[in-house]
Design a protein around this ligand. Structure first.
Ligand code: IYR
Length: 257
């Protein structure tokens, strides 16, 4: 319940105009210039604000709740509803993106035969990675996490969400580039993981390398490049994860006051 109330409706970050004493600095609409070929209708936006005490409590409880998210590698094969997956994807798609191009496509694989093919292709690449491509230092860094070239979760997890980044679009015959595609899709990926966590499900961020086999298997168009492969589902009962520690505030932040 707490988690649900923490999520806000979609917002365009540049339009955030409220503060604790009411709305100030109202920016009504974009200035017109010679490049303006289209416009959006502008609507009022208000954001609830809280007392300092309430804000502290909310930020603390959100931190505690997000801190409970863990990457899980052992999935149950229990199915998840399409409606839940759709909500998760729509949440990911609320992420901000360069020029609001929303340069992402989410492919959801629940078909067992396709999952099997994806596993076989991923394991082929991963076998080479673990045995030839990855450096000794990299393998040493991964050893405590217990990963290897075998990826049974690609067949066991009820759904694989494959995030594609869209490098460009075709508008009619004209090729139009998207902007800050990697940043945008990275943000959507973060929102996606938070939405999965909020739904009471678990995920694994898997990045087989190279991953262009996914474009072929899923018959994706040329403007899409695979970015993340995220198995999602319920954890196995009695699942274990490494007892990792998060960096402290002193290790992750510098304040310039
Ligand atoms: N892509 C490989 C290797 C791997 C790399 C990193 I960096 C990880 O944090 C985890 C795994 C795999 O998925 O096993």
């Amino acid at each position: 319940m707490v988690a649900c109330t923490l999520f806000s409706p979609p917002l365009e970050l540049s339009l955030r105009v409220g503060n604790s004493s009411g709305v100030e600095n109202v920016r009504k609409k974009t200035k017109t210039n010679k490049f303006m070929t289209k416009t959006y209708p502008y609507i009022s936006y208000s954001k609830e604000s809280y007392s300092e005490e309430e804000m502290l409590k909310r930020s603390q409880s959100f931190l505690e709740w997000m801190d409970k998210r863990r990457t899980v590698r052992d999935f149950s094969d229990k199915p998840i509803s399409k409606e839940v997956i759709e909500n998760i994807l729509l949440t990911a798609s609320t992420a901000p993106s360069g020029a609001h191009k929303q340069p992402w496509t989410f492919c959801v694989i629940t078909n067992p035969e396709l999952k099997k093919q994806i596993r076989a292709a991923a394991e082929k690449e991963e076998y080479d990675s673990y045995n030839v491509r990855m450096t000794k230092e990299w393998l040493e860094d991964l050893a405590p996490l217990g990963t290897d070239w075998q990826k049974p979760f690609l067949e066991i997890a009820p759904a694989l969400i494959i995030v594609f980044k869209r490098a460009y679009e075709f508008v009619g015959d004209t090729k139009k580039n998207n902007y800050y595609v990697t940043e945008s899709v990275g943000l959507a990926g973060g929102f996606l993981l938070a939405a999965i966590h909020n739904a009471g499900l678990v995920a694994l961020t898997h990045t087989p390398s190279p991953m262009n086999f996914l474009s072929k298997l899923l018959n994706r168009p040329d403007n899409e490049r695979p970015f993340l492969l995220i198995p999602v589902g319920y954890p196995l009962k009695e699942v274990q994860v490494p007892d990792l520690q998060r960096k402290s505030i002193g290790e992750i932040a510098e304040f310039y006051e």
